[in-house]
Design a protein around this ligand. Structure first.
Ligand code: AMP
Length: 391
């Protein structure tokens, strides 16, 4: 898709509306994970260095009403510290007071608008609201990949009011990394898929099946496939209504000569909250549930990654939030990060959460900042936030 990068815009003297994804976890007024803020600093710094002024906007959470816990104030403070300039927080994202703050901006200055979702019109992609948001700004840059699957006013509707619009550095990086997986990836190409539900990943499997050579399946979704194949899964999490579909996918993989690999052993326990009962088995006993891939499966997955030129990973291979069931995800993650000559793209969301803070995570080519947006991209769907940048 022909979208323009920010570097194609003349920014000197311009007021630049930058849609950022500052939807970060905030506990008691403190930012618990600043990854998404850090990921967009390159774009903001570029705007300021080129002599533009940055008017940043973002959503935060799902506010029902305007309450302090959904204010972007902690983000404004963090941006001030990171950029080394005062980044004031406007009292709203539209309106006269905010409009005056925008008009007063000089080249090299920055302003953060208050949470877009304090207006229901944002999610409704309301045209008048989008027009208001555009007012007083000269160019539009979208760097919010994590929100690009939403057709909201700030990600979609607003773009039509700018003759100059482009993708920020983060947006460009995300699209380049993900498109290199989806469009003609260097082979052998492997997908590692895990997570809670097959139903969430059906679109990804369907879209990638003809494009990749091998699928390594872990997480709870593996049990729906195993049960469909007639393997005992005990009390593991299974989507009963997806057994037929799981069989169809297994058949399709076979027909297309794709290596579709399921776990051969498991870390099981009596229940999620009984990690003290955890043990490794090859066959899951009736009363137990599979909560992680076993060590032989991890070794098997790692062996099947050798020589890969492209690897895309979406979804943890076990209940990584609990140390007792995190080993499979971490072992495969560390091995992948250590491989050379491979483009490794880690789909955002839970997979990123599971591996991002490990010292070896720097070994991945790209860790996506998107959750839903990454999945939709891998399903081959057009993202409204990307499409809106089109000319
Ligand atoms: P997803 O959002 O689909 O990527 O799913 C991530 C969630 O799947 C995480 O919260 C994991 O705890 C969960 N998960 C992974 N493996 C299993 C499993 N074997 N049983 C139950 N939940 C799992």
């Amino acid at each position: 898709m022909p979208i323009r990068p920010i570097t194609s815009l003349k920014l000197a003297g311009k007021r630049v509306l930058v849609r950022c994804d500052f939807n970060v976890p905030i506990h008691d007024g403190r930012i618990a994970d600043p990854t998404r803020i850090e990921a967009t600093l390159e774009t903001i710094r570029y705007v300021l260095k080129e002599g533009g002024s940055a008017v940043m906007c973002s959503h935060l959470g799902r506010p029902k009403e305007r309450t302090p816990e959904f204010s972007l104030k902690p983000v404004a403070e963090r941006l001030s510290a990171e950029l080394g300039i005062k980044v004031p927080l406007a009292p709203d994202c539209i309106g006269d007071v905010t409009g005056r703050m925008v008009s007063a901006l000089k080249p090299g200055e920055a302003l953060l608008l208050e949470n877009l979702r304090f207006h229901a019109e944002e999610e409704a992609n309301n045209r008048d609201f989008a027009h208001e948001l555009a007012r007083g700004k000269d160019v539009y840059v979208n760097d919010a990949f994590g929100a690009a699957h939403r057709a909201h006013a700030s990600t979609a509707g607003v773009a039509q009011f700018f003759s100059e619009r482009a993708a920020g550095f983060l947006m460009m990086r995300e699209i380049e990394a993900l498109s290199s997986v989806v469009n003609d990836p260097p082979r052998p190409a492997v997908a590692i898929l895990g997570g809670a539900k097959v139903s969430d990943k059906i679109g990804v499997i369907r879209h990638l099946l003809p494009k990749l050579d091998r699928f390594l399946i872990g997480g709870a979704m593996a049990y729906t496939f195993l049960k469909a194949r007639g393997t005992p899964v005990g009390r593991s999490r299974v989507e009963e209504d997806k057994l037929g579909l799981a069989n169809e996918l297994l058949e399709a993989a076979k027909k297309q000569g794709v290596d579709f690999v399921l776990p051969v052993d498991h870390v099981v326990a009596e229940a999620l909250d009984k990690p003290e009962t955890a043990t490794v088995v090859s066959e899951i006993p009736a009363g137990m549930m599979g909560l992680d891939i076993g060590p032989r499966t991890a070794d098997d997955f790692i062996a099947r990654l050798a020589g890969a030129k492209t690897v895309v990973w979406n979804g943890p291979l076990g209940v990584f939030e609990n140390e007792a069931f995190a080993k499979g995800t971490l072992k495969v993650g560390e091995a992948l990060a250590g491989l050379s000559g491979v483009k490794s793209v880690i789909g955002g969301g839970d997979t990123a959460a599971a591996v991002a803070h490990q010292p070896w995570s720097r070994g991945f080519t790209h860790i996506s900042t998107g959750g839903g947006a990454t999945l939709e991209y891998l399903e081959g769907r057009e993202l409204p936030g990307v499409k809106a940048l089109d000319y």
